[in-house]
Design a protein around this ligand. Structure first.
Ligand SMILES: *Cc1c(COP(=O)(O)O)cnc(C)c1O
Length: 433
């Protein structure tokens, strides 16, 4: 008998709408504030920075938003959506656990992570608006690669500021961006006024996501044909990522199960939210049971777990509106861990609110532990995960081991947000191979 351990949706079953959880939130989302007045920010000034359609989505009060046909075409034919939901039978066997472990394959996109789900949407809206360039920042290089890829599909230019420590640790990421036609510079750079200021401060030389964001915003604001693109944190980004969770809902319907535990790693919160919110929404609408939803962070950058819940800037130069979120402070420079995508001082306002309200929870693990689990996952399942993804894998293993002790047959699912084939030097260093 052949076992069917991959739940796949046909192209006809592909969800055609993004899900906006603000409609189902039991408490209203705190609005972004203008830092000068501390009054709620109207959306209009943000439309000068981001593609207009994205900001309309940011403030939308519709539960579902239609995905344009051109994007559905790209989701299906370029990104290979719907992506499979796989059961980690070999891992279950290795752990000798009564739990069932599933993972959603977001590593199968051409750039290798979930990030193109929003990158193609942002490039599409930018191209439609007649823009010539999108600027952005990147930590580990995944977002820069994803946006470069998306801009190439729509024939627009892409300028990427890459956190210097990652630029040096992961030089091949730059090659990917260049292959897609993008311009990639190490941040802080001498190409912006704020970059020049940061360069004077030795402590800031390695860079941070907050610094790179400041540089990308500065370039976008000075060029009328350019706008800025963000790969996480904002509601419209999480909205685009909801395609992941909408598929997961349909996939669990197909096998007639509801997960007990859903797990995602959190940098800014986009893969986690995209993956969990459709199920969280169902449970808020009382259409399914309550699910234990777990956000996993690195011990080195524990924004949700140890941060303060307050208004803070999204970037180090304090150029963004104030966002209410769990934050370690916008000046916080995290240690140079290999999970570069998780080195962000804050977290998505909606996910922060849900942690604050007790609807989801967060945990942290140190780098050595998550790499041990990634090593195990590679050996038994055959996939080499990104160090970011390894955080989610590690917590899934922790939960599955608990089930072994208690005998509980929990259904555990995590988001396999990206592959680690560009992170092999991290594996080499941490595991000593
Ligand atoms: C960027 C990235 C993350 C972290 O970003 P989120 O917005 O929190 O999802 C996680 N995993 C992978 C593979 C990434 O590339």
């Amino acid at each position: 008998m052949v076992e069917k351990n991959r739940v796949i949706l046909t192209l006809d079953e592909m969800p055609r709408k993004w899900y906006n959880i603000s409609v189902d939130s039991p408490v209203p989302f705190p609005p972004p504030l203008n830092p000068a007045t501390r009054e709620p920010m109207p959306p209009e000034p943000l439309m000068e920075l981001f593609p207009v359609e994205c900001i309309k989505q940011e403030v939308s009060d519709k539960r579902y938003i239609d995905i344009p046909d051109e994007l559905l075409d790209i989701y299906m034919n370029s990104l290979g959506r719907p992506s499979p939901l796989c059961r980690a039978v070999r891992l279950e066997k290795y752990l000798d656990t009564p739990a069932e472990i599933y993972y959603k394959r977001e590593d199968l996109s051409p750039p290798g992570s979930h990030k193109p789900n929003t990158a193609v949407a942002q490039a599409y809206y930018a191209a439609k608006e007649g823009l010539e360039t999108l600027t952005t920042e990147t930590g580990a290089g995944q977002w820069g690669s994803a946006l470069s890829y998306a801009c190439a599909l729509f024939g627009i230019k892409c300028k990427v500021f890459m956190v210097r420590i990652s630029y040096e640790q992961k030089p091949l990421r730059k090659v990917i961006m260049n292959l897609y036609g993008a311009d990639c510079v190490a941040s802080p750079s001498d190409q912006t006024e704020c970059g020049k200021e940061f360069l004077k401060d030795k402590a800031k030389y390695n860079g941070s996501l907050g610094i790179a964001i400041s540089e990308a915003i500065e370039v976008a604001m000075k060029d009328p044909t350019a706008k800025y693109s963000l790969g996480s944190v904002l509601s419209f980004v999480l909205l685009h990522q909801s395609i992941v969770g909408e598929e997961v809902v349909k996939q669990f319907e197909k096998i007639d199960k509801v997960p007990d535990i859903m797990i995602g790693c959190v940098g800014g919160g986009s893969n986690f939210s995209g993956f969990c919110y459709p199920f969280l929404g169902k449970s808020l609408r009382k259409e399914c049971k309550k699910i234990d939803i777990v956000a996993v962070e690195p011990t080195a950058c524990p924004s949700m777990t140890n941060g303060e819940y307050r208004y803070d800037f999204g970037d180090t130069a304090k150029s963004t509106p104030l966002l209410k979120m769990y934050t370690l402070g916008c000046d916080f420079i995290p240690p140079p861990i290999h999970a570069g995508g998780l080195r962000y001082h804050g977290a998505a306002p909606s996910a922060s609110l849900f942690v604050h309200e007790g609807l989801i929870r967060s945990v942290t693990y140190p780098q050595e532990e998550i790499f041990q689990s990634a090593d195990l996952f590679a050996k038994v399942e055959g996939l080499i995960p990104a160090p970011e993804t390894a955080h989610a894998i590690h917590h899934a293993i922790v939960e599955a081991r608990k089930c072994k002790e208690t005998g509980e047959k929990k259904v555990i699912v995590f988001n396999h947000s990206g592959h680690g084939l560009m992170d092999l030097s991290g594996y080499e260093q941490v595991l000593g191979i």
